[in-house]
Design a protein around this ligand. Structure first.
Ligand code: HEC
Length: 301
């Protein structure tokens, strides 16, 4: 018995329908949920197995029912099943769109020309082509009016809009990705919230050696223009992250502080410059001139 001919269509349709629904309901940002979450993959695998199981059960039931039929019933059932109802609709639309005459009716449209036995049929233009042609005319008129009469926007404007939108996205991204700073991307933070977070970190971890006002003790004075290991946000971030010269007492803080926290405390440290601490330690190192050469390096003198 030819069983459930359409299983190969039903399974993928059901599968992709559920996949589509899932993607619609799960918010996974720009990525597909099925790529993002292993759970989603497991779920879809389960769904696939379930659909296959349902198909198998249905086939089995049909088979059992079929066996219970009388011989005559079986014949009638098969006859009904074999009517290819599934494709009737598709076939009809297809031939409508094609608009061609069936072979038997070709006599009506044959032309008089006869080139050594080669005859010509006067077929109508196929409707699918004609409709597309009309659609392109409508599109063309709308396009011309919009862009050449009303000058809606041009390529340059489109480009600028997209760049502006992308710029906004970058800003958004930077806000959420603040924590991903490293020594190459770190920038001086100036938000009050960042600076007060930096102050809190400084007061918990650093005052023992640098004093609360940055005047210095075991560690150098952070309020003067002199830096042993280089000034500027990048050098200071680097010093905090990697530590000072061996044996001096300034450890690498990257084990204990997150990148964002190091950027915050580094920015806070830089607010000391020019203030007058209670007990300033004498300047050490060179006067830092920011000449944009970037990192001085932890081994600097
Ligand atoms: C155990 C004492 C100690 C603690 C705690 C400490 N530092 Fe230091 N720090 C030092 C010493 C000593 C140096 C000098 C290192 C050198 O000479 O190589 C230094 C150097 C620095 C420098 C470079 C100064 C320059 O002139 O180049 C910065 C910036 C700094 N510390 C920031 C911090 C921050 C921020 C913290 C807290 C997260 C911290 N330190 C905690 C002892 C300490």
């Amino acid at each position: 018995m030819e069983n459930n001919r359409l299983w190969w269509l039903r399974i993928p349709i059901a599968f992709f329908l559920i996949l589509g629904l899932m993607e619609f309901f799960i918010d996974s940002g720009n990525k597909l949920a099925i790529l993002e979450y292993p759970m989603a993959q497991a779920f879809m695998l389960f769904i696939l197995l379930l659909i296959i199981a349902i198909e198998l059960i249905l086939a089995a039931i049909e088979n059992v029912m079929f066996q219970t039929l009388s011989e005559e019933g079986k014949e009638r059932y098969l006859a009904a099943k074999n009517e290819k109802w599934e494709w009737e609709w598709g076939k009809r639309t297809y031939s409508k769109l094609l608009g061609s005459k069936p072979m038997e009716a070709e006599g009506e449209i044959i032309l008089d020309h006869n080139y050594d036995g080669i005859r010509e049929l006067d077929n109508k233009l196929p409707p699918w082509w004609v409709y597309m042609f009309y659609a392109s005319i409508i599109f063309g008129v709308a396009y011309m009016v919009r862009f050449h009469v009303f000058n809606d926007y041009d390529q340059v404007m489109e480009y600028e809009q997209e760049v502006a939108a992308a710029q906004l996205e970058i800003e958004e991204y930077k806000k959420t990705a603040k924590d991903m700073v490293d020594v190459n991307t770190v920038e001086l933070l100036t938000d009050a919230s960042d600076l007060s977070a930096g102050q809190a970190i400084f007061e918990t971890n650093c005052v023992a050696c640098h004093m609360a006002d940055g005047g210095g003790g075991i560690g150098p004075n952070l309020t003067d223009a002199n830096w042993i290991l280089g000034g500027g946000i990048k050098n200071v971030f680097h010093t905090i992250s990697e530590g000072g010269r061996d044996g001096k007492g300034m450890v690498a803080w990257k084990q204990n502080l997150k990148p964002l926290e190091m950027a915050q405390v580094a920015s806070y440290v830089l607010t000391f410059e020019g203030t007058t601490p209670a007990n300033p330690k004498e300047p050490q190192g060179d006067i830092w001139v920011d000449d944009n050469t970037g990192l001085q390096g932890a081994e600097g003198d």
